[in-house]
Design a protein around this ligand. Structure first.
Ligand code: GCO
Ligand code: MG
Length: 405
């Protein structure tokens, strides 16, 4: 008998940072959870879902995941964009969750079953100076990580996004009336980073995978210079070297350096990856299972990437909720050209609000064997953390000009 969706509700909670969650319930009593979090623009997605998507989900067959994806993507004149795609992603994740629960299978089984035993994961180590960074690297190695993203402060700057001076929690969107403004100096960054990362490589030896994120801040020429300068570090990848809009510029970077490139955490459709994949301008696709519109399109991107020997490595910072992280780990376990999963980690309270079956051990993640995605939301606990307005910082050059992320 065909099941139907009887309710679709949005829950916004802020246990340390904001998360937007979609809850879909079917007539047979199945409950599916989806992540709709868009860091710093959370309520836009909540409204998109509540005001425009939830009403038209009622009465639909939850089993028709692909058709619902097409309905919300192709069926809408104003398509693409992060708000739309995060909303569609939440629906898609919730419907895969429901399908798994109805079938009594973890989602990875529905995707063809495991192609690996566990998923290599990386986390972040940051330190304002090199000594602090090396301490941070040692600390995450003690937690079992064999792949580490390393970021440092830059001499002459007061702050650098994602790097704290006291080693405390970092990268939340700052709470408050508006974005914090930071001063950015690319020349100072380029002078400092290669030397700092060489010291990290010397410290950890050859067997630890090191990654670095440039956060879209470089020109093509600067990116090429950085890639070349980092070749002795033998990076696993250099991430987001240039602003995401103009992908042709990657040809120049690619021609100049063999440092592997990862791009795409802010991309929201397979079409934004098309040129990067088919021209082999990147080595790793960073699409998140939520922001790119769900598991359905992430699998499609992975299939395209596989043809061109490009691998996927979904975004997994602390602003991607444990539900979307679960989505990524199910895809990761079942996808041959999956490379590595970012696992930035969450404060304890987030693990309590989002009770998950996925596990981390010895540098690896596993989605677990619970039917569906394996995440249940404690709604009573979530309700104790109301939304708090928060923004990512903005960056200006020394002369005051706003600059890229
Ligand atoms: C990453 C990302 C994060 C982003 C954050 C913004 O690679 O994990 O770049 O560092 O800054 O997800 O919302
Ligand atoms: Mg990144």
């Amino acid at each position: 008998m065909t099941d139907t969706i009887v309710s679709a509700d949005v829950l916004v909670t802020s246990p340390g940072r904001n998360f937007v969650t979609l809850k879909i319930v079917t007539a047979s009593g199945a409950v599916g959870w989806g992540d709709a979090t868009l860091n710093g623009r959370e309520l836009a997605v909540a409204s998109y879902l509540r005001d425009h998507v939830c009403p038209i989900l009622i009465g639909r067959d939850p089993a028709r995941i692909e058709d619902t994806w097409q309905y919300l993507y192709r069926g809408v004149y104003w398509r693409r964009g992060p708000v739309t795609m995060a909303a569609i992603g939440a629906v898609d994740l919730a419907l895969w969750d429901i399908k798994g629960k109805v079938c009594g299978q973890p989602v990875y089984q529905l995707l063809g079953g495991a192609v690996r035993n566990r998923i290599l994961s990386y986390t972040h180590a940051t330190g304002w100076d090199v000594a602090a960074l090396l301490d941070a690297v040692d600390a995450v190695r003690d937690r079992g990580f064999q792949a580490i993203r390393v970021q440092t402060g830059v001499p002459g700057l007061d702050s650098v996004y994602g790097v704290t001076k006291d080693g405390a929690a970092y990268e939340p969107a700052g709470r408050g009336a508006g974005p914090v403004e930071e001063i950015w100096d690319t020349a100072a960054y380029l002078r400092h980073v290669p030397g700092a990362l060489v010291q990290v490589r010397e410290h950890v030896g050859p067997n630890v995978a090191l990654l670095h994120d440039a956060h879209h801040r470089l020109t093509p020429n600067e990116a090429a210079r950085l890639g070349k300068a980092l070749e002795p570090v033998d990076l696993y990848w250099l991430e987001d070297v240039t602003p995401a809009e103009n992908q042709e510029v990657l040809r120049r970077v690619r021609a100049q350096t063999t440092t592997p490139l990862a791009i795409g955490e802010v991309f929201t459709t397979v079409w934004e990856f098309q040129q990067l994949i088919t021209e082999q301008l990147i080595d790793f696709v960073r699409a998140a299972s939520s922001h790119v519109g769900g598991i359905t399109p992430l699998r499609r991107i992975a299939a395209l990437a596989e043809v061109w020997q490009v691998r996927i490595a979904p975004h997994g910072p602390s602003d991607v909720s444990p539900i979307a992280l679960a989505g990524a780990t199910h895809v990761g376990l079942a996808t041959p050209n999956f490379a590595i999963q970012e696992y930035m980690g969450y404060p304890d309270v987030v693990h309590e609000v989002f009770r998950h079956d996925w596990t981390y051990a010895e540098g690896h993640l596993h989605p677990g064997e619970a039917p569906g995605l394996g995440v249940e939301v404690d709604e009573a606990l979530a309700a104790r953390f109301p939304y708090e307005r928060a923004y990512l910082p903005v960056a200006r050059r020394r002369d005051g000009t706003l600059t890229d992320w």
